[in-house]
Ligand binder design. Structure first.
Ligand code: SAH
Ligand code: AVI
Length: 331
């Protein structure tokens, strides 16, 4: 499709299912080591993306509202500070909040040259396609070139022309382990030319009770989101795990400053995952770590970006100081 005049272009860099290549290798490695774990991208089939969208509207889940508040307050300032003609969004999902930024960057009255292209990147094919279609219709003068891809694998395959700003919102960076985060930030910086931009959303360390409530909501939506990983594993790799035989165990790890979201086997069970050639025995009480959600301190964000070759130019928080949005520039 054209990528302009109200129609998105969709480039697919992942195969339809998740049953091949690096994603499968990540699952094999995660399930074979202790504590057993699953890669976070595995949570986002269509149902996972739908459940995440529901999470963003839960009263306990403050990050989406806090980040949106920062964008509403500062999007014009961000647009004025940057000379980007292409906005790349990693892990874009529905790109709901991004519209605030797109409105500001797209504003034709600005002298610095308006945004010409939006490149949303996500593993969740249908959610991405729907968002791209909506956005192309909403901004007919802007090219929408969606990429169904993995931001840990495909940074080098994204469009390089034009002055780019990469947005990585929602604190999705918190779902990486520290060593993965370092590697990701290094690869991201390497993929940018000097002078190009990163806009990074990070959830901040706060009172443990509020954090636990945000990941253990009273309606049980987060629990369904985490359990859905087992459904995806069954469908894509033939795993015979019984979701009903697990309890949901979300906890705050104060040493690592992260939420740790696990499923605990309530009874012993033999597990076969034919798609990765694994067979193992889960004992009662054994846990599978499905996701971590690291919380940040502003000085830590600055240091990690700096180490990767990205200089922070500005950062903002919401009035409650719950969430930070950081603008950085490739040196
Ligand atoms: N940016 C949105 C969505 C956050 S949810 C927001 O701020 O609300 C995380 C998103 O990242 C999901 O849409 C998920 O499908 C996507 N995602 C997770 N791992 C990914 C990966 N490795 N590569 C590309 N997208 C990924
Ligand atoms: C996408 N990511 C930043 C969310 C988070 O808060 O870590 C995913 C999520 N998991 C449970 N609730 C929300």
């Amino acid at each position: 499709m054209s990528g302009g005049a109200g129609e998105p272009r969709v480039q697919v860099l992942l195969d339809e299912g998740r049953s091949a290549g690096a994603l499968v290798e990540q699952v094999r490695r995660g399930l074979a080591t202790h504590p057993r774990s699953l890669p976070a991208a595995w949570l986002y089939d269509d149902e996972g993306s739908r459940l995440f969208d529901e999470i963003t509207r839960l009263p306990e889940y403050y990050p989406t509202r806090a980040e949106r508040a920062i964008l509403v307050e500062h999007a014009q300032e961000i647009a004025a500070a940057c000379d980007a003609t292409t906005l790349v969004e990693l892990g874009s999902g529905t790109s709901e909040k991004t519209r605030v930024l797109l409105d500001a960057l797209h504003d034709q009255r600005r002298a610095a040259g308006a945004l010409r292209r939006f490149v949303p990147v996500d593993v969740s094919h249908e959610t991405l396609r729907r968002a791209a279609t909506d956005l192309a219709a909403r901004y007919p003068g802007m090219e929408v070139e969606a990429v169904v891809g993995d931001f840990t694998l495909h940074l080098g395959d994204l469009p390089r022309d034009g002055r780019r700003m990469v947005a990585f919102l929602g604190s999705t960076i918190g779902n990486f382990h520290p060593e993965e985060r370092r590697a990701f930030l290094g690869a991201l910086a390497d993929s940018l030319d000097p002078g190009e931009w990163l806009l990074l959303g990070t959830d901040l360390v706060k009172d443990a009770d509020r954090l636990v409530a945000a990941y253990d909501d009273t309606q049980g939506v987060t629990e369904r989101f985490i359990r859905n990983a087992l459904v995806v594993l069954g469908r894509e790799l033939g795993a015979d795990l019984d979701p009903g035989a697990f309890s949901y165990v979300p906890f705050w790890d104060p040493r690592e400053e992260r939420m740790d979201l696990r499923l605990r086997a309530e009874e012993p069970q033999p597990v076969r995952v034919p798609g990765v050639g694994l067979e193992f025995e889960l004992t009662t009480g054994e846990e599978i770590r499905v996701e971590i959600s690291t919380k940040f301190r502003p000085e830590g964000v600055r240091e990690e970006l700096d180490e990767a070759g990205l200089t922070v130019t500005q950062s903002w928080t919401d009035p409650a100081g719950d969430f930070a949005l950081t603008l950085a520039r490739r040196r």
